[in-house]
Ligand binder design. Sequence first.
Ligand SMILES: *Cc1c(COP(=O)(O)O)cnc(C)c1O
Length: 388
Amino acid sequence: MPFELAQRIKTLPPYLFAELDRRKQEKIDQGVDVIDLGVGDPDLPTPAPVIEALKEAAENPENHKYPSYVGMKAFREAVSGWYRRRFGIDLDPDREVITLIGSKEGIAHFPLAFVEEGDIVICPDPAYPVYSIGAKFAGGEPYFVPLKEENGFLPDLGSIPDEVARKAKIIWINYPNNPTSADASEEFYKDLIKWAKKNEVIIASDNAYSEIYLGDRKPMSILQIDGARDVAIEFHSLSKTYNMTGWRMGMAVGNEDLVKALGKVKTNIDSGQFNAVQYAGITALNMPEEELDKLRAIYRDRRKAVTSALEKIGLSPIKSDTTFYVWTKVPEGYSSTEFVGRLIDEAGIVCTPGKGFGEAGEGYFRISLTVPTERLLEAVKRIENLKL
Ligand SMILES: *Cc1c(COP(=O)(O)O)cnc(C)c1O
């Protein structure tokens, strides 16, 4: 029986990484020592106390039942406490916090609450693909704003035409940014809030990398800005901060009506995250800050080492002290896909081509700092030997 795919699946952009995955597997099959700098998945283990908390909670039959749709109160309180300590803001755990099964889940589902057929959702380019795909699944149309190097990889709000702004329901932002590694200033957040209020557009801020900072300046939450709570929801995740990508723990916080609407969608789709995982999440959120300092020190060393090694061989990595990505210009004469293809075929190195994150990512490639320093340096040495 021929199964006809729905338009929303048929019209998905081609999966650019499929071909690269194939070539990577080919190298592995040939016995090549492949260095994978492609995935944004921390190599370090989840902290031991978090694992202990899961084990203990998993033994308790009370936790074997359906969890609460909006997440355990104790987890939402832990989120609220964490936001107070980290950002100095008070969130009502009952009205302004919701638990997510990883932040991707919330990001993908959020447009279902607000987007009607044909509504515009403004998405950055390059970006995490879930913003635009979630918008399309809800019947919306993404409008892409390029993140240009000359603008510090911030969207130029003035470049968004009035009729687009008028028809837009949501604008997505993500700072510290994957893939460009840029962070946003307080000034930018203020301008964005002003713009969003004027145009009656919801701000959806993805703050997954707020704790991956390497310098003294800590990234902000948009909710620290006056008036943000009138228009903004912030998506956050335990994945990157606590090396917990496999655990699927995230949260959305901010404007009460936005949080409530997302809850309504979720209540009709999923049944919440396993309570034992939420208990583990509470342990993570209450971990001493020194643990995170150790993690940041590791990423700092890796970034420093790989940035200076890349510069020595004539490449131009973007300077940054947030995220664990190094966004780097591809050498003259290559497209990002061609260059990354050469890295796999001739050097056994997997990186992500900028174009995989959108048209405006062309001309760059992304290195993840999720392998030890010596492997990063080995990768740069192999690139040097290519004599580009
Ligand atoms: C990793 C990442 C997330 C977090 O995803 P989870 O579903 O919480 O694991 C969200 N946004 C961006 C941009 C990311 O890179």
